[in-house]
Design a protein around this ligand. Sequence first.
Ligand code: T5A
Ligand code: NA
Length: 213
Amino acid sequence: LNGGGSESRGALIVLEGLDRSGKSSQSTRLLSFLEGLGHSTELWRFPDRTTSIGQMISSYLSNESQLDDCTTHLLFSANRWEKRSLMEKKLRSGTTLIVDRYSYSGIAFSSAKGLDFEWCKAPEIGLVAPDLVFYLDIPPEKAAERGGYGNERYEKLEFQRKVGKSYQALRDASWQIVDALLPMDEIAKQMQETAINCVLECQKGKRLSHLWS
Ligand code: T5A
Ligand code: NA
């Protein structure tokens, strides 16, 4: 099956959760697992701080620059749009993408600041829809204990509580809730079973769809 065939596409697997919920740790583990099985797999993350939009976001997050909340929201979204065609191309050519944060982060974090939920959702419409979303569920207090928060703008307990509530409004059938307090290996194992089923479904011809349709 060479690239381009619609018969065998890769899966779009997203990891979401509060800051320090373990997304990056589990993304790496899942990557090794799928690669080990011989699946073409890549690990992506948002924000993608390597682009010029990503650099604006990064300096905002580290408090080096100030930005209006609506502008910030649109930059996070634009940072996904600028990767959209590459994302679709990779998936259609059979590569599975594990993505550390996606549109759900965009909506949950911005609406936790008080921006209108539907307004936050609008610019995400039309991006590739994930086949599977792992939500690493952790009480905000426990997340705060993990190595302590750094200096980034959103790493504050009160704010993370609001983010957690916003996330709840985004759950749909593609979501699998994972107990993020379990030992890392246990979490990895749970995720592997679900992920492999998802990859096989996509290989068998499950169609790509778009947010939110
Ligand atoms: N944002 C992002 C928006 O506002 N809008 C958007 O559209 C997007 C995409 C980006 C920030 O931007 C916001 C959200 C964020 O605030 P980031 O670069 O993604 O931030 O950083 P974080 O998500 O905050 O990443 P973290 O590194 O803080 O958290 P992770 O990746 O969830 O956690 P991880 O794996 O690094 O683990 C954190 C610590 O916990 C331990 C690890 O060893 C590590 O020390 N740990 C565990 N300990 C015990 N048991 C387990 N099961 C553990 N799993 C991990
Ligand atoms: Na991370």
